[in-house]
Structures are given as C-alpha cells and as structure tokens.
Design a protein around this ligand. Structure first.
Ligand SMILES: Cc1ncc(COP(=O)(O)O)c(C=O)c1O
Length: 382
C-alpha cells in the first residue's frame, strides 16, 4: 500500500522540536503532570498498586465508562479508546472502505481524513470551503456531491485549519444529507469542545451511521498521552478490533489512568484552556487589524487555529521556512493542506501568550524585510 507523504506531519517532524515559539500547532498549551494532578485532584501514589497488565481491546473499563458518560449517554458499547484519533481514523477507513468506493471529504482537511482512503484506492470528492466566502459550509454543494451516494462523508467541525464550524441546524441538515445518501457520516470533533461564538456542538451520535472521533491532544493540552476515542455502532467497533489486533492491541493502562482523570474533570480543564485561548484570539485579531491588507484573518468559531491569508504573497511556504530557520518560529504553510492553499498559513494561538506575541512580531519582521527588498510591491499585493 502506497500512502502519500503526510505533509503537515512532515513539516512538524522538521520544525516542531527545533523552534522556540510555536504558533503553528493545533493544540492548546500542554499541561504538566503536576497541573493535571492539581486540576483533577489526585496523587501519583494512586498509580502504585497498578500492575503492568494488558488493557482491553476497546479500552480499559474506567476510561471507557468515563468517555461513554460524556459522549454516548453512558453507552459503553459504542465507545472505543484508541492511540490518538489518528489510530481511530486509520482503523475506521480500513474497516469501512473498499477500493473504488467514493468518499466526500471537507477540503481543506487534516490529510489522514482523506489520504488513507486514497491509498486504499477510493475516489475522493472534495467538499470545498473557500476563503472568498469566509470558508462557510455550503450545504447545497454537499447535497450535490452526496447525490452520487458516496460510501462516506467526512467532516471536521470546528475545522482544522480554518476553525470554522456549523450551526446546530446545519449539523441536522448535514446528517439528513448523509442519511438520504445512505452514507457513513464521519464526524471528527478533535476541537469540538473548544468554541468561541456558540456552545460546543455534540457529535451527531443519534445518527445510526455516525462515526465520531475525539482526542485528548487538542482541547485538553494532553497531546503526549496519545489517547483518543471513537464512537461507532458496536458491530463496527467489533470489526475494527479485528484489525487492531494486528496493530497496537490496546492502549497502555498507565495512559488510560491519566486520561480517565482528565475526562472526569473535562469541564474544568476545557474551561481553563478556553479562557486562555479566547484571550489569545483577541490578541491575534488586534494584530491582524493592525496589519491591514498584508494579512487577512477569518475569525475561527472554535479550536485554536486560524487559516491566515497573506494576499499577494506568492511564497508563503518560503516565509514559513524562514520563520522557522532564522527566527525559530513555527508557522505551518497552507501548502501542507493542499496546493490550492499556498497563499495561506495555519496560525495556532493555543500556546502561551508570550510565544504568540513573539511569533507575531517575527511575522511582522519577515514581512517588513520582504517589503524593503521588493520596494513594497509584495506588501501592496502586486
Ligand atoms: C482534525 C484532526 N483530527 C485528528 C487528528 C489526530 O490527532 P491525535 O491523533 O493526536 O488525536 C488531528 C491532529 O492534528 C486533527 O487535526
């Protein structure tokens, strides 16, 4: 099986660990074990009696129950604990899809959401969100694509990289479109808990062909525990476990211990991260306003990324490379989300306010350097 290079992950491999200021990632500020202990109120000595025993294929009982209480009204039969949602994406695509199937995927998108299917020999139809209309979700366009009766419709709201989301009414319409097409609806809510303009939208688990992914990596600041989850019908989870037996078998009980504490205290963790990210978003919006026509910001509804446009700038990837290599600032070129997005960059504002401020100043400096070289032509949009 030939998989395409995961462009975003490759960029991260190059720069994530080699910069001082991260304004490219899609997660909130990661917490320490001490902070997690303080927020959740537990001692590390609680781990002492733990035996290094196997966990279960669908997830350890305590964590699975905690996740089910939060997402499926307590129905543990529809919940699987995975190694990040990445593992869930991989297993779902391999279990549900066959060569020649058509899938409709929001575009741009986190690459794994379509290129696992691509590697399996599926046809990918893109449901485009575009900057000229603020990346708004066009459900009429989705309905047209769904008329081909795809096997699966894959969406991610709030969306990576733009941060845009849909209203509850649009969500219901989206479910209706999937139902009319008889399609699986893959609802990636990696950023679902962290919103600004409206209350978080629960994944549409009432639809019997909904598959929902969630993760501790984004809204909780726990990327390093590599734990995620998948909500799906029990028969599908059972088929997924068959494939999982060849991959990672189960998640470490040590990691599940921390994850369970986090889910049981999720509201407090998310409220803390949301308040911090909302403050940073205001700072980002002020900066973008000051930058005038050199930068176009489409304000995100949720998550901690914005897809920032640099009008008239032909080589945003080169600019991001310069930021990383000369200024030790991580910004992700839009190209990592497809060739159509070369004029954009993903800007992450979930980290510390100090690194956001430093990162934004570095962008300003690079833009200033460029405009002095070109006599202002680039900055003026030539
Ligand atoms: C939309 C989306 N889904 C899933 C993932 C995978 O995250 P993880 O494997 O850390 O849960 C990411 C990571 O960036 C993402 O952006």
């Amino acid at each position: 099986m030939q998989v395409a290079i995961a462009r975003l992950e490759e960029w991260m491999r190059l720069y994530y660990h080699n910069v001082d200021h991260d304004i490219g990632s899609s997660g909130v500020r990661d917490v320490t074990i001490e902070e997690l202990r303080t927020i959740c109120g537990f001692e590390l000595s609680e781990l002492d009696p733990m035996v290094f025993h196997d966990s279960e294929s669908f997830g350890g009982r305590a964590l699975r129950a905690a996740l089910a209480d939060r997402w499926t009204g307590g129905d543990v039969g529809r919940m699987m604990v995975t190694h990040g949602s990445s593992e869930a994406i991989y297993i779902v695509m391999h279990t549900v899809l066959e060569p020649g199937d058509e899938i409709v995927v929001v575009d741009p998108a986190y690459q794994q959401l379509y290129d696992v299917a691509g590697a399996l020999g599926c046809r990918i139809a893109r449901w485009g969100l575009r900057g000229d209309d603020g990346f708004a979700a066009d459900l009429t366009a989705l309905r047209t694509l769904a008329a081909h009766r795809p096997r699966m419709i894959v969406v991610n709201f709030p969306h990576n990289p733009t941060g845009i989301s849909v209203t509850p009414q649009q969500q219901r319409e989206l479910v209706a479109i999937a139902a009319e097409a008889g399609a699986w609806l893959v609802w990636d809510h990696a950023f679902g808990e962290l919103t600004y303009s409206a209350a978080p939208l629960p994944p549409p688990v009432w639809y019997d062909r909904c598959i929902a992914f969630g993760t501790f990596s984004k809204s909780y600041g726990l990327a390093g525990i590599r734990v995620g989850w998948c909500v799906a019908p029990p028969e599908l989870l059972a088929r997924m476990a068959v494939l999982r037996d060849y991959i990672a078998l189960y998640v470490s009980p040590v990691l599940e211990f921390f994850a369970e504490k986090a889910v049981r205290n999720a509201d407090r963790i998310v409220a803390m991260q949301q308040a911090h990210a909302a403050g940073n978003l205001r700072l980002l919006a002020d900066w973008a306003a000051r930058m005038g026509d050199r930068v176009r910001l489409h304000p995100p509804d949720g998550g901690v990324t914005a897809f920032v446009e640099f009008p008239g700038r032909l080589d945003v990837t080169g600019m991001c490379r310069r930021l990383a290599e000369r200024h030790r600032v991580l910004l992700v070129p839009g190209e990592c989300f497809g060739d159509d997005f070369r004029g954009f960059a993903r800007l992450g504002f979930g980290g510390t306010t100090a690194e956001l401020t430093a990162g934004l100043s570095a962008i300003e400096e690079v833009l200033r350097e460029d405009s002095s070289v070109t006599g202002g032509r680039l900055a003026a949009g030539a």
